[in-house]
Ligand binder design. Sequence first.
Ligand code: SF4
Length: 376
Amino acid sequence: MSEFAKLMAANDWYDVKDSFASISEAQVVSALKKSQQGGELSLDDFKALISPSAGPYLEHMAHLSQRLTQQRFGNTMQLFTPLYLSNMCSNVCTYCGFSMENKIRRTTLTMEQIEQEAQAIKAMGLDHILLVTGESERKVGVAYFEQALGILTKYFSHISMEVQPLKTEEYARLAKLGVESILVYQETYHRQKYAKYHLKGKKSDFDFRLETPERVGQAGINKVGIGCLLGLEDWRTDAFFVAAQLEFLEKKYWKMRYSLSFPRLRPCEGGGEINSPMSQRELVQLICAYRLFNHQVELSLSTRESAVFRDNMLKLGVTTMSAGSKTQPGGYANEDKSLEQFSIDDNRSVAQIASMITDKGYQVVWKDWQTGFTQF
Ligand code: SF4
């Protein structure tokens, strides 16, 4: 059992879940005071800030979150878009349109199609892409990624990946080709319920997934993004374990940078029940709490959320947004919606999102730091 898995085992899921009900307003006020005075927040403080008792303090939290984010990141917003390379998948996940048992059309982009997608994305002005695939070792393994990167690095200076968890040596191969960051979400930290949502395939190995950010760190990749799928299980408890994993990783892999995402479960082919619905207000609370807990972590908000919500969140802690997203392979050159992983809510173009950002007095960052600049 890994070090972090042991730490998790020491915090029983149901004990953590039940503890939220007994958090008092005094604990919330104490965490806010600490934050206001520039102090570092503990995991217990974070817990207080995402508890129901912190609900009435949302405005105060938002104000502090805005201030801290501006101090650390300035008035900037990074933009990126996902590039779906394949919807082949060897896993059965109950909440995902790409699940192996769903009867959808499957495709994997050829190198020629990848080049066409790259050109279409580049024409929108973007320089940062996130490569996304289903998890099919056979069809989209490291050799395929290496070939694709050979093309994509000609077009983009910042490439992130959200693909199946790989071995350390495989991440090292990708790092050599210029991959800057890896995103891997645990979905839920509830070990037993995880098995209920991940019925078949490699993804059903809870521990292999949990240890992935460590393998990314060992391979020398610059940044790792973690998170959970909000709506699967009690969102407060899952968010607590995300914060605990972030704290653990930052201590052990202090050279790495970190990002957090907060995807809420969306409708998709094959259904998927939302067991623990999270309101927009609660999502704001969570984002602000993450910022108060960790001043330097990047917070990324996707087009799963509505345009109005994203516009309102611009100044409240978020540092990165996706824009112009298509969630189907080949979606930028071809509009075929039948291949979508999930439907998105903010359908605006990259240009429209960029102008919303500048209208609000913020600057668009098209290009993130490259590893070369940070490894002196
Ligand atoms: S969540 Fe990922 S692994 Fe699971 S079915 Fe969807 S694409 Fe495959």
